[in-house]
Design a protein around this ligand. Structure first.
Ligand SMILES: NC(=O)c1ccc[n+]([C@@H]2O[C@H](COP(=O)([O-])OP(=O)(O)OC[C@H]3O[C@@H](n4cnc5c(N)ncnc54)[C@H](O)[C@@H]3O)[C@@H](O)[C@H]2O)c1
Length: 360
């Protein structure tokens, strides 16, 4: 196992969690040795936490990328707002660095395609964070589906409900300001999860996102309802709200139900204090409904940590992770197709968007 050295671009909210919680178990395997942030306060806080010299703290990412030789880095962690992902990912790739980027790949389809094509052209190892795939309840559900106990997947339902009606209650300010904020900052996780749970890609999507009247804490669309047609004959349904005034099914506590030939497997944070309980529902005409709780699988590295471990393994010659950009382009295409579906009131061909990105 080699020791990898990273530049971290963006040292705000989620970056603090990276430095305090996600990265420490990997000290000596993946170390942040330089930080970049346009905010003096954010940059200095991260630099101080890591004990970095002044020459390893940058206000400008291009200056950091120009110093990769001196810094001895081989990878870049991108933790800026999505609107900055293109500059950061392309700059890192130009400097010959592997990239571990927060979701989504970028804030527009055009920027997403630029990053994807650059990664393919330069053969850069780039992985996109989809940490919710590695929650214990989700891995437990996935295990039930993969076991074949319930037969083939027919359709999946995902529900995400969060009350961010207070101004700036959703962490960073940009989340309350950008267009399509539910989709760009939230649903990208849930769409990816629906792909993960069904084991299928999305072929086409229809639906709407909108900002309901009176949802004044947001400038962008903060509610959404979508229907997804998946490969292999499965379907999926998504409901999301950032101004949910009723039952909360928020981060790590989302509701997912996968309907299979022989029964359904369900997780619901609202049913268990925000931590997804998992159960199987099986109906028999004679016996009625049986509900069976499924014990959660033990997970050595949950969420971000699972992905950091995968990234380090990949850099060491291991397999490409499930959310490498070559795969994650499917989630990004679904995200921007959902935006297009809402804007045009049409069913949008997701598979065609993926082919477009690939230049096919
Ligand atoms: N996977 C998850 O669970 C999760 C959770 C939260 C956020 N995120 C993602 O992480 C990313 C960052 O979100 P956040 O909540 O930390 O945002 P944030 O606003 O709290 O932090 C972003 C930081 O980037 C800095 N920045 C902005 N422009 C820059 C530039 N040109 N060069 C260098 N630094 C720049 C800002 O000054 C800020 O300190 C987003 O892509 C978001 O979607 C992921």
């Amino acid at each position: 196992m080699a020791a990898h050295r990273a530049i971290m671009v963006g040292t705000g909210g989620i970056a603090r969690s990276w430095l305090e919680r996600f990265l420490p178990p990997f000290a000596g395997r993946l170390d942040v040795v330089a930080v970049v942030d346009i905010s003096d306060a954010a940059r200095e806080a991260a630099g101080n936490r890591l004990g970095l010299p002044a020459a390893s703290r940058f206000a400008d990412m291009d200056a950091a990328f120009a110093a990769v030789g001196r810094l001895g880095v081989d990878c870049c962690i991108v933790t800026t707002p999505p609107s900055v992902h293109r500059a950061a990912a392309l700059g890192a790739m130009s400097a010959g660095l592997a990239v571990l980027s927060e979701k989504p790949i970028a804030d527009t389809w055009e920027a997403t395609v630029d990053i994807y094509r650059a990664a393919m052209r330069t053969d850069t190892k780039m992985q996109v964070i989809q940490n919710y795939r590695y929650d214990p309840n989700i891995l437990t559900m996935r295990g039930v589906i993969e076991s074949g106990r319930l037969g083939r997947v027919r359709y999946a339902v995902g529900r995400f409900m969060r009350d961010y009606r207070l101004p700036l209650s959703w962490g960073a300010a940009f989340r309350h300001e950008i267009p399509h904020t539910l989709l760009i900052e939230g649903a990208v996780h849930h769409f990816d999860q629906l792909r993960h749970l069904t084991g299928a890609d999305c072929l086409s999507v229809s639906g709407v996102d909108w900002r309901p009247e009176g949802a004044d804490s947001f400038r962008g669309e903060c509610d959404g309802l979508y229907t997804l047609r998946m490969t292999g004959g499965a379907m999926a349904q998504y409901e999301g709200s950032l101004v949910a005034a009723g039952r909360q099914q928020g981060w790590h506590g989302e509701y997912y139900r996968v309907e299979c030939e022989g029964g359904a497997v369900v997780t619901d944070g609202a049913a268990n204090d925000g931590v997804g309980r998992v159960w199987i529902e099986e109906h028999d005409t004679a016996k009625g409904l049986t509900e069976t709780d499924v014990p959660l699988v033990a997970v050595q590295y949950p969420g971000h940590q699972a992905m950091i471990a995968q990234f380090a393994d990949w850099l060491d010659g291991g397999p490409a992770p499930p959310t490498a950009i070559a795969d994650n382009i499917q989630t990004a295409a679904l995200l921007f197709a959902a935006i297009e579906a809402s804007e045009t009131n049409r069913v949008v061909d997701v598979a065609a968007k993926v082919r477009e990105a690939r230049g096919e």
